[in-house]
Design a protein. Structure first.
Ligand SMILES: [Zn+2]
Length: 204
């Protein structure tokens, strides 16, 4: 009697331990397999002449992220400096802004050897040495767009697309302006506490 009971209880106990471990490691964040290998504390950024009209908005977007993350862990505080020319693919991490020819804004990732680190669709990727943010012409709120794309650089994905499904209804700067109507009401033009906590969780 006792032995058969134990046979039932032990697997149940192990299952609970495993589930608890999984949930606690997933307590915040919505793209769990992505951990950036480069720090975001000292990003060199370059504004291509094709988007020089957005230069002030880009500066303001970085400044906003820096202010919002200033209380994060040391490695999760956004820091940046502007460069006018840049040796590509050499750390520290770099972000280059240029004009999009597709009509939409997105972020692409490249490795230290210059190879695309993803398919160019704007999916976060851990091994980037350089990110290129493509900005569409005639943006109505370029600062909000840059804040959103920088969120991708800092590892964030659209909450409503997260595979776990549990963060869908979170107010976030990672809701794009073209999001489905169900989610657009959760859109923020600045990083929210949720976004800041997510960045923090990526650089521990
Ligand atoms: Zn996006």
């Amino acid at each position: 009697m006792r032995k058969s009971k134990l046979r039932f209880i032990l697997p149940l106990f192990l299952a609970i331990v495993l589930l608890t471990a999984t949930l606690s490691s997933a307590s915040i964040g919505f793209y769990f397999d992505y951990k950036p290998t480069f720090s975001i504390t000292n990003i060199a950024y370059l504004v291509d002449s094709s988007v020089s009209g957005y230069a002030q908005s880009i500066e303001d977007a970085f400044s906003t992220w820096k202010e919002k993350t200033k209380n994060n862990d040391v490695n999760a505080r956004v820091g940046y400096y502007k460069v006018s020319s840049s040796p590509y693919y050499t750390p520290p991490a770099q972000v280059v802004f240029t004009l999009s020819t597709t009509g939409t804004s997105y972020t692409a990732y490249f490795t230290a050897t210059g190879a695309p680190a993803n398919s160019g669709t704007g999916e976060p990727y851990s091994n980037w040495a350089k990110c290129v943010i493509y900005l569409a012409p005639n943006l109505s709120d370029p600062k909000a767009t840059v804040i959103h794309e920088l969120g991708h650089v800092f590892s964030l994905k659209h909450p409503f697309e997260n595979p776990e499904g549990v963060y869908k209804m979170q107010t976030s700067c990672m809701i794009p302006s073209i999001a489905p109507s169900t989610y657009i009401k959760y859109r923020s033009t600045v990083p929210t506490a949720f976004d800041v906590a997510n960045v923090n969780s990526r650089f521990k």
